[in-house]
Design a protein around this ligand. Structure first.
Ligand SMILES: C[S@@+](CC[C@H](N)C(=O)[O-])C[C@H]1O[C@@H](n2cnc3c(N)ncnc32)[C@H](O)[C@@H]1O
Length: 315
């Protein structure tokens, strides 16, 4: 993530959990998938789960509720602080998902959602690190920005016509993103959110497989809803007609999320992957640091200098 983005997420902390209609649908659908796919085996002692790029802890809270012993890690100290207010028993640490402060094979499940992978500088490295800290057979639910969606068409058209839908993007920059060759990283400026990396479903599957995370199932969220420009849904209140249309589109979007073409043509791509390898992975780092100590809260033990941290019960 570019250095300024840490401060920009810090600045968002106060209102982060107030969801616009766009995000309300995204999280309702994503969290239904999370509950269905990551449920821990009944009767097992509390397995460990990691929320990588946890922000204020939307997914960490769910994993905790589902019976995991959860750890959260994120760059933004202010989002972590906000999360700590409601997630008192979940250890939240400030750190980089590209260099995780946990031992190999220490988690049975992980989430990396809310487009965290689209913000990190090196998505392959972040996935390698998540794979490293998962135990063999461990599961990852990842959600990131999709490259191919009708919404890119709306943004382009809006740019061409003097921006009636308020994307604040030039047609030329949208076109550059669309025309990025498949073997290069596709990035697009998202006003208010910095620059995001957009992934095609094929590229995401390739990145996962490169670190021995085998994709098991896929979903796409905000594909059918793209009949409306996304900017209409990034408002605190929708007009009655838009709200009525959106209700129908949301229902269809959710019902078809696990099917083609949603799994390929959606704003948010979601993949469940399983770790296949037992051995250390190429690209994974052996030792990790955090940017600073844990957000105050119960359980993170700091070893050595104030800048190195190790997870408490992985030793
Ligand atoms: C849109 S938020 C999503 C947070 C949370 N998962 C959710 O769904 O609400 C993206 C998060 O990624 C975090 N992030 C970005 N790059 C990161 C990195 N390299 N290491 C750790 N966190 C990172 C940001 O601080 C931010 O909290």
């Amino acid at each position: 993530m570019p250095p300024h983005a840490e401060t920009f997420f810090d600045a968002m902390a106060a209102g982060y959990e107030v969801l616009e209609p766009w995000y309300a649908h995204l999280y309702a659908t994503l969290h239904a998938v999370l509950r269905a796919e990551l449920m821990p085996p009944a009767g097992a002692p509390r397995p460990r789960a990691l929320d990588a790029g946890c922000g204020t802890g939307f997914q960490a809270a769910l994993l905790d509720e589902m019976g995991y012993a959860v750890h959260g890690v994120d760059l933004s100290r202010q989002l972590l602080r906000a999360g700590k207010a409601t997630l008192a028993r979940v250890p939240l640490a400030q750190g980089d998902v590209q260099e995780l402060p946990y031992r190999d094979g220490s988690f049975a499940a992980a989430t990396c959602c809310g487009s965290t992978l689209s913000y990190v500088g090196d998505a392959g490295q972040a996935l390698a690190e998540i794979a490293r800290v998962l135990e063999p057979g461990g599961r990852l639910l990842v959600e990131c920005e999709g490259r191919w969606s009708l919404d890119l068409g709306w943004a382009w058209l809006s740019g061409l016509c003097g921006d009636p839908w308020g994307y604040e993007l030039g047609a030329d920059e949208v076109w550059r993103a669309v025309a990025t060759p498949g073997d290069r990283e596709c990035r697009l400026r998202y006003p208010g959110y910095g620059e995001l990396r957009l992934f095609s479903a094929t590229e995401l599957a390739r990145l996962l497989r490169a670190v021995e995370l085998e994709p098991v199932r896929a979903w796409g969220i905000h594909s059918i809803t793209n009949v409306l420009p996304s900017t209409l849904l990034h408002r605190t209140r929708l007009s009655r007609p838009v709200a009525a249309i959106y209700r129908l589109l949301r229902a269809a979007d959710r019902a078809l999320a696990a099917r083609w073409p949603a799994t390929r043509l959606a704003n948010s791509l979601v993949v469940l992957a399983r770790k296949t390898a037992a051995s250390p992975l190429p690209g994974a780092r052996r030792r990790a640091t955090v940017r600073s100590g844990p957000v105050e809260g119960p359980t993170v033990r700091v070893k050595g200098s104030a800048h190195s941290l190790d997870s408490p019960d992985t030793t």
